[in-house]
Ligand binder design. Sequence first.
Ligand SMILES: *[C@@H]1O[C@H](CO)[C@@H](O)[C@H](O)[C@H]1NC(C)=O
Ligand SMILES: *[C@@H]1O[C@H](CO)[C@@H](O)[C@H](O)[C@H]1NC(C)=O
Ligand SMILES: *[C@@H]1O[C@H](CO)[C@@H](O)[C@H](O)[C@H]1NC(C)=O
Ligand SMILES: *[C@@H]1O[C@H](CO)[C@@H](O)[C@H](O)[C@H]1NC(C)=O
Ligand SMILES: *[C@@H]1O[C@H](CO)[C@@H](O)[C@H](O)[C@H]1NC(C)=O
Ligand SMILES: *[C@@H]1O[C@H](CO)[C@@H](O)[C@H](O)[C@H]1NC(C)=O
Ligand SMILES: *[C@@H]1O[C@H](CO)[C@@H](O)[C@H](O)[C@H]1NC(C)=O
Ligand SMILES: *[C@@H]1O[C@H](CO)[C@@H](O)[C@H](O)[C@H]1NC(C)=O
Ligand SMILES: *[C@@H]1O[C@H](CO)[C@@H](O)[C@H](O)[C@H]1NC(C)=O
Ligand SMILES: *[C@@H]1O[C@H](CO)[C@@H](O)[C@H](O)[C@H]1NC(C)=O
Ligand SMILES: *[C@@H]1O[C@H](CO)[C@@H](O)[C@H](O)[C@H]1NC(C)=O
Ligand SMILES: *[C@@H]1O[C@H](CO)[C@@H](O)[C@H](O)[C@H]1NC(C)=O
Length: 485
Amino acid sequence: MASPPPPPPPPAAPFSLLLLLVSIALAAAQLQQPPPQGDVAALHKVFREWGLSLPADPCRPPFVKLFPKDASIAINCNCSDLTNEGCRVTHLKVTGYRSITRIPEELFSLTELVSLDLSNNNLSGSITPNIANLNKLELWHFNNNQLSGPFPSESSSLRNLQSLWMFDNNIDGPVPEFVANFTNLKDLRIYGMKLRGPISNKFSNLTNLTYLMIGDLGGDNSSVNFTGVWANLSVLSLRNCGLTGEFRSPIWRNLTYLDLRSNNLSGPIEKVFQYNRSLQYLYVGENKFNGSLPPGRPPSLRALDVTYNSLLNGSLPNNFSDGMMNYVGTSIAASGSGQSANISLLKCLGVEQCNQKDLTNLLSFAVNCGDKQYTSPLDPLQTMFNDDSTDLGAAGFHVNTSNNWVVSNVGADPFSISTGIVSTIKNISGTDMPNLYKTARTSTGSLWYYVVGLTSGTYTVQLFFAEIVIESESGRRLFNIDIQV
Ligand SMILES: *[C@@H]1O[C@H](CO)[C@@H](O)[C@H](O)[C@H]1NC(C)=O
Ligand SMILES: *[C@@H]1O[C@H](CO)[C@@H](O)[C@H](O)[C@H]1NC(C)=O
Ligand SMILES: *[C@@H]1O[C@H](CO)[C@@H](O)[C@H](O)[C@H]1NC(C)=O
Ligand SMILES: *[C@@H]1O[C@H](CO)[C@@H](O)[C@H](O)[C@H]1NC(C)=O
Ligand SMILES: *[C@@H]1O[C@H](CO)[C@@H](O)[C@H](O)[C@H]1NC(C)=O
Ligand SMILES: *[C@@H]1O[C@H](CO)[C@@H](O)[C@H](O)[C@H]1NC(C)=O
Ligand SMILES: *[C@@H]1O[C@H](CO)[C@@H](O)[C@H](O)[C@H]1NC(C)=O
Ligand SMILES: *[C@@H]1O[C@H](CO)[C@@H](O)[C@H](O)[C@H]1NC(C)=O
Ligand SMILES: *[C@@H]1O[C@H](CO)[C@@H](O)[C@H](O)[C@H]1NC(C)=O
Ligand SMILES: *[C@@H]1O[C@H](CO)[C@@H](O)[C@H](O)[C@H]1NC(C)=O
Ligand SMILES: *[C@@H]1O[C@H](CO)[C@@H](O)[C@H](O)[C@H]1NC(C)=O
Ligand SMILES: *[C@@H]1O[C@H](CO)[C@@H](O)[C@H](O)[C@H]1NC(C)=O
């Protein structure tokens, strides 16, 4: 049998005295501040690499705040256990820094973090497996960065997550099935990336979901069988997820916002009216729903989009006012009565050789997006831009019957009310038509202008842009333009 190891020798007294002297000297040199240790030291390294300044003791007020919404940096700590390495960092938010492109390793030693928000920076590369160290996280927001690669399988250990926002990145790979194990999840937003379907049926287990936003999936189609009895569900957005088959779901009594746009869902449209006690926004455009709409507007409903469901027919429901309903691209338009000039133009959308009897004023026309009719006194051509100031609400269209064009909008941000028209009071320089640029239309869904009844030929399309919303930073506006004939 081996004998037990001898006890360590006592340290040599003169040596420890020397150490003590050295550390006293160091402390004096640093104005009595001991060098930071543990989490605080790690945080200093992280901030130094990001080129951001940090007070020597970030755990002391005024820095310690519980995440004011508008703060770009917020830190919170737990200092109750001072026996080992000082305060532990529990909350970290650093957002809106385009200079932040990577996450220093030291961040993953902050193992007491419950909340980590690095949204709206410029992070790139893939998410490191070390994220698994942070298994106390309840909030993980990396949205609006340039992250790529798949979700690391190690992130499956983040079982305490309640809020996971990863939208608007370049992340690819399958929609991670392990997310279905995060049974505390209340808020999941994974869209605007390169993820692939299908969505696992295990998602039906996520009973605490209140906000679910998945979108823009490539890969295989899914049925809607992954939906479950989600009693707290308030916002459901499954736009462009390759959903096929008949739409069916439990009745979600707290649903206020439902977006199923751009899928291949079929079945009777009445199915999506079953949440009629709470639903305010209903977007089901670009699907294959059939049947006809209920005769009246459910009282809670503020916006209805059924555009491009070619199988829909029947008549228009009552009690919808302008900006509450868009039915362009359905047979409802064909059967509609009332605003007859509008209806006959709508019937022509997508139909060749339509409306071609009165083309004299169609040779040339112009539109002032979001504002009244306008001709600039400085414009040598004296171009007259048509009035396009109609508020289209969250789902609506407007028909200009004299020049035969239609503007159509669907979409609204579930979390902020916007009229869809933005404007600036600043002077626009460098143009002889300054007022033209002061207003614009915006849309979170789809915004189309249609010219009805053009004959075949060569046309010149001129688009006039000014950035009047994001004024502070360059490189943040991405958009595409689609011109179809
Ligand atoms: C702080 O940490 C201690 C353990 O070190 C824990 O008991 C306490 O609940 C924590 N406080 C908060 C507000 O999380
Ligand atoms: C974001 O980071 C990339 C490098 O990853 C860099 O090329 C780009 O300029 C950065 N963008 C901004 C707006 O700073
Ligand atoms: C989900 O959790 C179960 C039970 O702990 C485990 O067996 C399974 O592998 C997990 N699924 C994924 C995809 O991580
Ligand atoms: C999730 O829901 C279950 C009941 O289904 C509940 O016991 C649990 O506390 C909820 N979690 C959170 C974080 O609300
Ligand atoms: C839901 O989770 C339970 C265990 O918590 C599991 O037995 C069941 O198979 C899961 N349901 C689905 C559809 O995955
Ligand atoms: C729903 O929300 C309530 C109140 O916020 C909460 O008590 C409950 O645990 C949540 N989850 C479920 C499944 O009802
Ligand atoms: C997906 O599409 C294929 C081919 O269109 C079809 O055979 C299959 O049933 C669809 N899957 C689902 C889940 O609807
Ligand atoms: C979805 O569920 C329905 C009803 O349980 C079932 O008939 C159908 O086959 C399921 N579809 C898929 C693709 O799993
Ligand atoms: C569901 O909505 C009702 C009425 O709007 C509200 O009283 C209730 O608290 C909500 N339930 C949950 C769990 O959010
Ligand atoms: C709908 O299905 C058709 C084939 O039936 C396919 O070409 C199209 O891409 C699908 N659209 C969506 C949005 O999944
Ligand atoms: C609607 O489509 C479903 C199949 O998705 C079909 O069973 C039903 O008969 C159709 N209803 C009408 C009114 O066309
Ligand atoms: C609401 O939906 C239920 C079915 O879920 C239906 O019985 C009722 O008539 C609908 N009410 C209205 C006003 O549409």
